[in-house]
Ligand binder design. Structure first.
Ligand SMILES: [Zn+2]
Length: 227
């Protein structure tokens, strides 16, 4: 029943460029605290807390290598949790009316998020597909939604559901699928220490939830075409 398809890969890369460029400009740090770029993030408070943690684990926060660490961590948290102060659904407001009524699938959207249980990173790739109901969005917008939802303290299950619900609601899509594959640092560097274990979550909406052959088709498109 669903035959046509529009598949795109790797849109996450561009969305991540900004984050990479950031790390090169650490040198031009000013005296102390608060470069008030993110009005909602209390840099000074993070700095105090990080200093406390360093003391608590037995470090000397005043030794040379750690002197600027609290401020650096504050800036980093402001960046990687910036999604807390954004509404990702705004990226789905600008839609185009199209007769296209086959699957739209963007695969391999790279993302980085933070496990809210351990504040350790988990990262991987998200695949987002939908069956339009007369409305489509720019493909890069799906990657933006993934990026902003990821930039919050997260659990992968909720992240998957949040993206699926947002696409379903904003686009009124006849079907939505979100599949996320990731690896969690909290599983590899602590606890059971299983490096290489991956975690897959999926959320289906509309026809992909109700119709088995539609679901099989979209999952096939996502999973079987891997390199
Ligand atoms: Zn964790």
């Amino acid at each position: 029943m669903i035959t046509g398809k529009r598949i795109t890969q790797g849109l996450g890369k561009a969305a991540m460029e900004g984050a990479k460029g950031e790390s090169t400009k650490t040198s031009k740090r000013k005296t102390s605290v608060t470069s008030k770029k993110e009005a909602n993030v209390d840099h000074a408070r993070i700095e105090r807390a990080v200093r406390e943690i360093l003391i608590a684990v037995g470090e000397d926060p005043d030794r040379e290598g750690l002197l600027e660490t609290p401020a650096r961590v504050a800036r980093m948290y402001a960046e990687i949790f910036s999604g807390l102060h954004k509404d990702p659904s705004v990226h789905l407001k600008r839609v185009f009316t199209e007769n296209y009524d086959e699957i739209v699938l963007v695969r391999d959207i790279e993302f980085h998020s933070m496990c809210e249980h351990h504040l350790l990173p988990f990262s991987g790739r998200a695949h987002v597909g939908y069956l339009p109901n007369g409305k489509v969005v720019g493909l890069s917008k799906l990657a933006r939604v993934v990026d902003e939802v990821a930039r919050r303290p997260q659990v992968q299950e909720r992240m998957t559901e949040t993206i699926a619900n947002m696409v379903e609601q904003e686009l009124g899509a006849r079907g939505v699928v979100v599949l996320i594959e990731s690896s969690h640092s909290c599983m590899s560097m602590r606890g059971i220490r299983k490096a290489g274990a991956s975690c897959t979550t999926s959320a289906m909406r509309g026809i992909f939830r109700e119709n088995l052959s539609s679901r099989a088709e979209i999952l096939g498109l996502i999973l079987n075409q891997k390199r």
